[in-house]
Design a protein around this ligand. Sequence first.
Ligand SMILES: Nc1ncnc2c1ncn2[C@@H]1O[C@H](COP(=O)(O)OP(=O)(O)OP(=O)(O)O)[C@@H](O)[C@H]1O
Length: 371
Amino acid sequence: MSIDIDVTHRFGAFRLAARFTGGAGVTALFGRSGSGKTSLINIIGGLLRPDRGRVVIDGVTLVDTDRGIFVPKHRRRLGYVFQEARLFPHMSVRRNLLYGRGFVPAGERVAVEPIVAMLGIGHLLERRPAGLSGGEKQRVAIGRALLASPRLLLMDEPLAALDESRKGEILPYIERLRDEMRLPIVYVSHSVAEVARLATTLVVLNAGEVAAAGPAAEVMQRLDLSPLTGPEGTGAVIDGTVAAQDERYGLTLVATPAGELRIPSVAKPVGAPVRLHIRARDVMLADRRPEGLSALNIIAGVIAEIGSPVGAAVEIRLDCQGVPLVARLTRLSLDRLGLAPGRTVFAVVKAVSFLPEEPGKREGSAADAAD
Ligand SMILES: Nc1ncnc2c1ncn2[C@@H]1O[C@H](COP(=O)(O)OP(=O)(O)OP(=O)(O)O)[C@@H](O)[C@H]1O
């Protein structure tokens, strides 16, 4: 699977000039409001015809302005999920689901039952959209998109209209599309927590241009991007696997190349992949291995980079056996500890800082009072 985009488009004073490649998994388009995310996903979906450029999905050219190619949207075999579910109010959930399927050639239709089961919407089939919760509507919208047998799913802020607990309800389903159905997804978001959890490839947009694009873990740790992600956004993404469950204390041990980390329990079997997002503000540094701390995770690492100070704060990127970690300290602490690139330090991360299964709650500080 490959996504190959190189387009320019002008709306008055705004100029979109974006070039990036994506592949399997989730390609997240991330950026502030007005950075061009929706314009870009609309160009991929065929809702917007770019002034110039090319859109090639899996070797199939959908747009090539030089060659006069513009495949209309209904012939692109793409699924679209918007911020609002946009279901037909007069139709039952079942008829909504089957709507897009009618346009798919008989031999290429996917079975309805597994998708209904995967999204947990079997009990809703005879209901009308008006009676459904926001999260249920979005699951139906995802089902309708999947039943159109798309080769790529486009999701434009699919969680933005939902409250925090509904977001947490939908995210595991999107992960299942990515991991079990292996459906490539282009996902627009301005939420760092969502991107950290879902993205395989991360494309950061700024004022219509691509500021960075690449594997999510690599892009997330870049200190030079923190003006775009905001102080809440900087952090590291670590991919690990479940090593053990500590049921007595409600913790999960996650194996990473930097060592085992303890996080609040996740309901996954031993060996299952787990992605951890550790925000820079949740990481403290010590110049020797601390003792007698309540924090459960102490990770040794070497200072790889010290970012440019912003006000009192400075961000520091560590290399912990190949695993990145970003810490935000005051400039005062940096000087007091005499930190410099190449020095070995110990990062202290409270177990509750991880909360990998509930990214919606990560935005706040609900967990900050505990260890
Ligand atoms: N149809 C249009 N006509 C004129 N200007 C437009 C049109 N669509 C988008 N724009 C402008 O293009 C810029 C990028 O908009 P776009 O919706 O792509 O950004 P975005 O990153 O998706 O923002 P948001 O997160 O707020 O949805 C904005 O300045 C917007 O006002």
